[in-house]
Design a protein around this ligand. Structure first.
Ligand code: ADP
Ligand code: MG
Length: 463
């Protein structure tokens, strides 16, 4: 088991030399996207830092970043991957054009949060843009918000604080806000569970567990994001449990986020679940209409202030966006950016029909198709139990549907290869690559396969 885990996470631990020639990548952008898009957007992207599995790219403004992320991110990632296979993620940094380059370097040194000395990046850095001030309250997040504030007023009284809720609902934002608030007077550690694992594995490899333990245990405020990542990872859970206990023993405040409540964390040891649930558990729900309107209005004001211009979205359009976006805050902001960008480029006051048009692909596909949904629909389509499709069995009647589901997950969601692998009973990302290749080939050569893919896609889009 232990060994297996190691093999599976190789993608995180191998350290490659820097390999990217940014000019070459830019040239490929130009080819793929065409001159117009290239010169208005992509040309302005710079390479700030390169790591084994991700890149930090520089963009001139926040608006620019949102635009790129909502329209081109998948394709950009795909392109850069041609030059760097190990890549699975891209982060953007906003480079204020008015500042000189010396300031640029400081970007990664913004916060005072502790960092693992040999960490390739100060991963614990807090984002100064995600504070309590710009977190907007509504019915769905009221309790989570107020406990996050209370934790800052009374460190260690509500311990641990566990915030749960689906993606894009503001968990990381709240965790970050707590970190910002407490960092001046406390030794704050802010890390995602995935990064925690990265350091854990690295320390084992280097035979340096003593440092690892010391490092994490010296914080007085320990904030860990996306704890659901521990599911199914026994040795990591073991280590986390010890860290957790020793922090609690010395009275450190612990704040945790997850996509589900503690008791629903399957494949996590019972004793850990009950410790996680032992303090205060609060959840964030999907935003109601009122909150969505508030968020849209606030974002519009922010953009207006930032660019010193008026944004013309009338009440009717605002209400339309708020009622149509049914998923989460992240999507809501993405949609808003898209609409604003369109109105700006075309210099036009928009009506609902325009918005419908601009957003038709967003509402019909990107937002609603998830790996879960794909797995369900594919297993139904082939009439096999989902558990069999995800199992380790390799017989063709199971393997083909499994590969099709992986293929569609890659094509129809923005999940990375390792993420998809994890959703398929913790398979390696190379298995996903193989599936994508196989199905791509078969759907070109084999009419039956072509038909299957076509029908499944339609089922997904009809949902
Ligand atoms: P999660 O961690 O739950 O997936 P995030 O904290 O990353 O979600 O939130 C997604 C995006 O939505 C972020 O840009 C965040 O700032 C924004 N956001 C979420 N909830 C709110 C809110 N109540 N007020 C303002 N912005 C929000
Ligand atoms: Mg998050």
């Amino acid at each position: 088991m232990e060994k297996n885990n190691f093999k599976k996470h190789n993608a995180f631990i191998s350290e490659e030399e820097k390999t990217l020639n940014w000019e070459e990548v830019q040239a490929s952008f130009k080819k793929t996207f065409g001159n117009e898009i290239y010169s208005s957007w992509l040309e302005k992207i710079s390479l700030i830092k390169e790591f084994n599995d991700y890149l930090i790219l520089g963009v001139p403004t926040r608006f620019f970043r949102d635009w790129i992320v909502s329209r081109y991110l998948d394709k950009i990632l795909e392109q850069v991957k041609n030059f760097k296979l190990s890549l699975n993620r891209i982060e953007f940094k906003i480079i204020d054009e008015n500042k000189n380059n010396a300031d640029l370097i400081k970007i990664t040194e913004l916060s005072k949060v502790t960092e693992i000395k040999d960490s390739i990046l100060n991963y614990n850095r807090l984002n100064s843009g995600l504070s309590f001030d710009n977190f907007i309250q509504g019915k769905s997040n009221d309790i989570a918000f107020s406990y996050s504030k209370k934790v800052c007023d009374h460190v260690s009284r509500y311990n641990p604080l566990y915030i749960c809720g689906g993606v894009g609902l503001g968990k990381t934002h709240l965790l970050n806000a707590i970190g910002l608030e407490l960092q001046s007077k406390n030794n704050v550690m802010f890390i995602s569970a995935e990064r925690f694992m990265y350091h854990f594995i690295k320390s084992i490899k280097k035979n340096d567990m003593v440092n690892f333990k010391d490092f994490f245990r010296k914080s007085s405020v320990f904030i860990i994001d996306d704890i659901q990542f521990l599911r199914g990872k026994e040795s990591l859970q073991e280590e986390f449990f010890h860290t957790f206990n020793s922090l609690m023993d010395k009275g450190s405040q612990i704040i945790i986020s997850a996509d589900r409540s503690p008791m629903k964390l399957d494949r996590v040891q019972e004793r850990i679940k009950s410790r996680l649930a032992g303090g205060v558990v609060v959840d964030i729900d999907t935003p109601d209409f009122e909150l969505k309107v508030k968020i849209i209005k606030r974002k519009m004001t922010e953009i207006e202030n930032q660019f010193q211009e008026t944004i013309n979205l009338n009440e009717e359009v605002v209400n339309y966006l708020a009622s149509e976006c049914k998923t989460n805050v992240r999507d809501l902001i993405g949609i808003l950016n898209r609409v604003i960008a369109f109105s700006r480029v075309n210099n036009k006051d928009l009506n609902i029909a325009d918005c419908k048009n601009i957003l038709k692909d967003v509402f019909s596909q990107i937002r609603v198709i998830t790996v879960d949904k794909i797995q369900n629909i594919v297993s139904n389509y082939f009439n096999i139990p989902l558990s069999d499709m995800l199992s380790q069995r390799r017989s063709r009647p199971l393997a083909r549907p499994r590969q099709i589901a992986m293929f569609l997950s890659k094509k129809m969601t923005s999940r990375s290869l390792p993420e998809i692998g994890r959703r398929f009973a913790n398979r390696d990302h190379t298995t996903v690559i193989h599936a994508v290749k196989t199905i791509t080939r078969l759907s070109e050569q084999d009419d039956e396969m072509k038909k299957n893919i076509h029908q499944i896609k339609n089922l997904l889009l009809e949902q």
